[in-house]
Design a protein around this ligand. Structure first.
Ligand code: IPD
Ligand code: CA
Ligand code: CA
Length: 267
């Protein structure tokens, strides 16, 4: 089995240096544009940070494929694919809320092998290597031990779209809300996954995410011992279309709650 340590070290350095670019702009944003909808935003920090990450990968690994949120990059043939969100939590960033992160994932032969999520505002670096455990600033992390939904704190997010699925997502929200200790909406999916990994939340669920929102965070969650699946319990899609991450102990309860809803419209 190939050892991916070289890529882990590279990704950690890269995320910390990319985080310096975000820190430079935090509180000083001067260019905000709308993307797919009025509430889907991109700033000069997203763009400069992404350009830095992409160039650094291209310099070191010119043959690797790169998928990054804000760019369309040339198609290539390689077993290695980097999946990048230069700034997860752009809306928070624009409002000077320090809940945002750089997210860097690496897949080898379509399997995620490296995940790094860095929140520069709190200097929190989450990282994982396949079969190597999950870490926060070099300290091993694990999910919480809560064993019932009623003892759980949940985190979720809402997509930028506003259609039938969006309406139904509020029914699911109410259901989780009334069966748990509360549901939070922090606005950075990569961090939501890391917070399940370190035991702050028992459950994260969301739909209509993108590969770069979940690639790194899902590996960090799995490597911490959390369970990550699709909403029907099968393998979660890399697309980010649906994801459920729990501390493992309450996964079946969460799946059972989800199954009471008309999930067909999400699949
Ligand atoms: C967003 C965040 C948010 C989630 C959105 C994502 P962005 O990413 O992860 O938590 O609810 O669906 O698009 O746009 O800030 O990179
Ligand atoms: Ca994102
Ligand atoms: Ca982003």
């Amino acid at each position: 089995m190939q050892d991916f340590s070289e890529y882990l070290d590279f990704s950690k350095d890269l995320a910390v240096n990319a985080g310096k670019i975000l820190s430079k702009y935090f509180g000083n944003i001067n260019s905000i544009k709308q993307k797919s909808t009025r509430i889907d935003l991109v700033t000069n920090a997203d763009i400069e940070c992404e350009n830095f990450i992409v160039k650094s990968i291209q310099n070191k690994y010119p043959d690797h494929i790169i998928i990054a949120e804000e760019s369309t990059l040339p198609e290539k043939n390689s077993d290695f694919k980097w999946i990048i969100d230069p700034l997860d939590g752009t809306t928070n960033f624009v409002h000077n809320l320090p809940i945002f992160a750089v997210s860097i994932g690496l897949q080898y032969k379509s399997k995620t092998v490296i995940g790094v999520v860095y929140n520069p505002a709190a200097n929190k670096l989450f990282s994982a290597k396949l079969n190597g455990g999950a870490f926060l600033n070099d300290k091993k992390i694990k999910p919480s031990s809560s064993s019932t939904l009623s003892d759980s704190l949940i985190v979720t997010g809402f997509p930028y779209l506003q259609d039938k699925r969006w309406d139904l997502s509020f029914d699911i929200f109410k259901d989780f809300y009334s069966h748990s200790q509360g549901v939070r909406r922090l606005g950075a999916a990569a961090l939501d996954l890391c917070f399940v990994a370190m035991g702050r939340f028992e459950i994260f669920y969301e739909f209509n995410l993108k590969p770069w929102d979940i690639c790194a965070g899902a590996l960090i969650a799995e490597e911490s011992g959390a369970k990550v699946t699709d909403w029907d319990g099968s393998n979660y899609p890399d697309s980010g279309q649906r994801i459920l991450a729990t501390n493992g102990h309450i996964h079946d309860e969460a799946l059972s709650l989800l199954s009471n809803h008309d999930l067909n419209i999400y699949f």
